[in-house]
Write a protein that binds this ligand. Structure first.
Ligand SMILES: [Zn+2]
Length: 141
């Protein structure tokens, strides 16, 4: 994904992407968002849902009595890797609860219907090397 979109996600969701610039010994996030620009909106919407949920959870008992450090250590979802594989988005996150896992499953399933290149409705194309693209992007390849 291009730098501008990468940066936009990291600035909007600093807690989820806190490992973005860590070393390759620590995280696969050092490789960035290893997929096309067309999935930006899916990822952005997923992160909005995830962070809203966690910010709400933070205020509930028994979490409300924890310190921020304790809470984040155990409950703040942190992206471990974001990439394309077999035509679909893979969004690996540490500290995912059931809600977060559900949001990610939805995001991954939407990627199979969305052109990885431009974000238009798309479908799987190609033999051997499968990509999810729209008709226009197939023709312009
Ligand atoms: Zn397209």
């Amino acid at each position: 994904m291009k730098d501008e979109l990468d940066k936009a996600l990291c600035e909007k969701y600093p807690k989820i992407f806190k490992m973005r610039n860590a070393s390759m010994q620590e995280t696969c996030m050092c490789w960035g968002f290893d997929h096309g620009d067309g999935w930006f909106n899916i990822l952005s919407a997923a992160c909005a849902n995830i962070q809203n949920h966690i910010d709400w959870k933070r205020k509930q008992e028994p979490y409300a009595s924890m310190t921020d450090e304790e809470f984040d250590e155990i409950h703040q979802p942190v992206a471990a890797q974001v990439k394309e594989k077999f035509g679909g988005l893979r969004f690996y996150v540490d500290n995912a609860d059931d809600y977060v896992s559900g949001v990610i499953a939805m995001a991954e399933s939407m990627s199979y219907r969305t052109c990885e290149n431009c974000g238009a409705p798309g479908k799987q194309s190609g033999k051997g090397w499968i990509k999810t693209v729209c008709d226009a992007c197939v023709l312009n390849k």
